[in-house]
Design a protein around this ligand. Structure first.
Ligand SMILES: [Zn+2]
Length: 414
């Protein structure tokens, strides 16, 4: 953690002359990023550099404030460095309400910034809260969130700062937030900055702290009817042919092609329907749910319980979390939509598009070790057929008892 004293000096290098003699003039909160405003003592270059927190831990990025030169990390140019430079050049001065909910006052506090323009990034940062509540009960934990994360605040948090703005706006340079932070930080004897790891260790995370439901117990795998939940998406689809994937992208960008999207969704839904029918044939007593943001239709009538909704609110989130915690397996396409389901369910089967292979596991919260992780966590390619997916899903149920006997319950035979 960074102890953010008034005279805090961030040990960094001048991006221009590479000298280490740097004067930190100010710490600034942009939105997603905390940055040090610095001057090089050798070449007098002025620059901003992100502190090692959130994605700043592994993607150090600097901006020359005299010449607007960008010094990005090569793997974080488009999604981190360029938006940061744009935000610096175009500060957003609109007033934003920031609600400060104080549950308990502390002199020493830990500041965990959970802001991000991507849902998954913000959620994963929020899950860092548990370690501070457990390891630093003498310090108050402050969470900075957008309103859609309010239902996930764990017990024991000292303060919550709720930035009343949509997630996408956190990429901008929010002067209202910067002023709020500057004013508040002086009110504590000591403020520490959490590194806000982007990929916390799920083996150490208790999902019930955040999602209000216990994780599915795989030791009771056979106690109830096999339950499978499909996580439905309308913006990233399970499509067989690469051409349809291109058409989906085009239909989301070009107005004249918008009509194609419903056609592509229908193709996906037909595959899901075929999959469900095949599983039902193999395991008649199977219980199947559909969750996700979307209009409830007759598409899955009689073959599944359709819990989709267009407006996601806290009761919906809690209802879905309960279903995930009762699901032996959750099925979905790669994305942040898989984090909460895989944190609560017994296992998952994920359709992994080719362009997301580089992001494999980033959306997975399953905490197992050894073979359980492979048996209960499966990635399948986009061209997987309903028959293949149904076979995976039914075989998990049928083979699990023998798999457990052969692994977890393996007697010590000499
Ligand atoms: Zn320099």
């Amino acid at each position: 953690m960074i102890a953010l004293n008034p005279d805090y000096q961030y040990p960094c290098q001048c991006p221009k002359c590479k000298n280490n003699q740097i004067q930190t003039q100010k710490i600034r909160l942009q939105g997603i990023h905390l940055l040090a405003q610095c001057q090089c003592k050798t070449c007098h270059y002025h620059f901003l550099i992100n502190l090692p927190t959130g994605h700043g831990l592994y993607y150090p990025t600097a901006i020359g404030t005299d010449d607007l030169q960008l010094y990005p990390h090569p793997l974080a140019i488009k999604w981190l460095a360029q938006p940061l430079l744009e935000a610096y050049q175009n500060p957003d001065n609109t007033p934003i309400e920031i609600e400060q909910k104080v549950k308990k006052q502390y002199k020493e506090v830990i500041f965990l910034n959970c802001l991000d323009f991507l849902y998954g990034h913000a959620l994963l940062k929020l899950l860092n809260a548990q370690q501070y509540l457990e390891k630093h009960p003498d310090k108050g934990l402050i969470l900075l969130i957008t309103p859609n994360f309010e239902w996930l605040i764990p017990e024991g948090v000292a303060e919550v700062w709720i930035l009343k703005t949509p997630m996408r706006k956190t990429q901008k340079w929010l002067t209202a937030l910067e002023n709020f932070f500057d004013q508040k930080r002086t009110q504590y004897q000591q403020i520490y900055i959490s590194p806000a790891h982007s990929h916390p260790d799920f083996r150490k995370i208790d999902p019930s702290l955040f999602f209000h439901e216990k994780r599915f117990d795989i030791n009771k795998f056979q106690e109830n009817n096999y339950t499978i939940t499909f996580i439905w998406r309308h913006d990233r689809l399970w499509l067989r042919h690469p051409f349809w994937e291109l058409l989906l992208i085009a239909s989301q960008r070009i107005k004249a092609l918008a009509w194609c999207k419903n056609l592509l969704i229908a193709l996906q839904d037909d595959k899901i329907r075929k999959t469900i029918k095949k599983i039902r044939k193999a395991i008649p007593e199977v219980q199947i749910y559909i969750t996700g943001q979307g209009k409830k239709t007759n598409t899955f009538a009689k073959i599944a319980q359709d819990l989709r909704t267009e407006q996601i609110d806290t009761p919906t989130e809690k209802q879905w979390a309960k279903i995930y915690s009762q699901s032996h397996i959750v099925v979905g396409i790669h994305g942040s939509n898989m984090i909460i389901p895989t944190a609560l369910a017994g296992g998952f089967v994920e359709i992994l598009p080719k362009d997301r292979i580089g992001n494999i596991t980033q959306d997975i919260a399953l905490p197992y070790d050894y073979k359980d992780m492979l048996f209960l966590g499966r990635f399948l390619p986009m061209n997987t057929t309903p028959k293949q997916l149904a076979f995976h899903l039914s075989s998990i149920w049928k083979i699990f008892p023998y798999y457990r006997k052969n692994t977890a319950e393996n007697p010590e035979v000499i």
